[in-house]
Design a binder for this molecule. Structure first.
Ligand code: ZN
Length: 243
């Protein structure tokens, strides 16, 4: 059993296609939100994700922003302008799909949210300190979340002991010990850990193993697509730096 866990695609179709090719055949796909926002191909990414029929698909703050469900006042000017452009690109069926996505889903002994179990849309679980406040907000053994665009995992024991979270290397595998975990697979379309490669995870519930993966994609193609539709320059340059 292999589950492909993807988050923060951010309308980067080239990165999403690279991840799907690199992951190979999988049994399920779980999407942790922010399919759109920042990137040049929101329609195509939504169409592709929907065609993959993900078992889990939760909503992210940029998904809500693109359909007017949250105020753009909380976005910085660059994110706001990208979100306004994204909104002009969506058809009614894209809007309806995003509107129908839940804030939180569970599968077996796993909880899935975009931001955090406490605040699924807004809270960033950047570190073990924030994670420590969230273990009481879900019941399952494992919680997958995204939103920070940085791969991380932390156990409940470490978090409550004021320990650090782990930032896994590419191809690092996490084998579960008896404990509870919060795990972030990183971002497909806009990584922010200084590594521009697309990030994702493969989860095997039968042996409780998570593999953190990175795959190179053609950043220049995405950048050209962004310039073509007039997205702000800082968004174009940051994806080449993984920031
Ligand atoms: Zn995001």
């Amino acid at each position: 059993m292999v589950i492909l866990v993807i988050s923060d695609i951010h309308a980067n179709l080239v990165a999403l296609e690279a991840v799907l090719a690199d992951a190979g055949t999988v049994d399920e796909i779980w999407s942790l939100g922010d399919i759109v926002g920042y990137g040049p191909k929101p329609r195509e990414c939504l169409d592709l994700v929907r065609s993959l029929n993900p078992t889990i698909s939760v909503v992210g703050n940029h998904d809500y922003a693109a359909i007017g469900r949250i105020s753009l006042a909380d976005f910085n000017p660059i994110a706001r302008s990208a979100s306004q452009w994204t909104a002009t690109q969506l058809d009614l069926d894209h809007v309806q799909y995003l509107e129908g996505l839940p804030l939180k889903q569970t599968s077996g002994d796993v909880t899935i949210v975009h931001g955090s179990p406490r605040f699924p849309i807004w809270e960033y679980v950047y570190n073990a300190r924030v994670a420590a406040k969230n273990f009481s907000a879900f019941d399952s053994e494992l919680c997958f979340l995204g939103h920070t665009h940085v791969s991380m995992y932390v156990t409940e024991r470490e978090a409550l002991d004021a320990g650090e979270g782990h930032h896994p290397d590419a191809s690092e595998a996490l084998a579960f010990e008896p404990n509870r975990y919060i795990v972030n697979p990183g971002s497909v379309g806009q990584p922010r850990d200084g590594d521009p490669r697309a990030a994702y995870a493969l989860y095997d519930p039968s042996n409780k193993r998570i593999s953190f993966r990175r795959v190179t994609y053609n950043v220049e193609v995405t950048q050209a697509q962004m310039r073509e539709v007039g997205l702000p320059d800082p968004l174009v340059s940051r994806i080449a730096r993984g920031m």
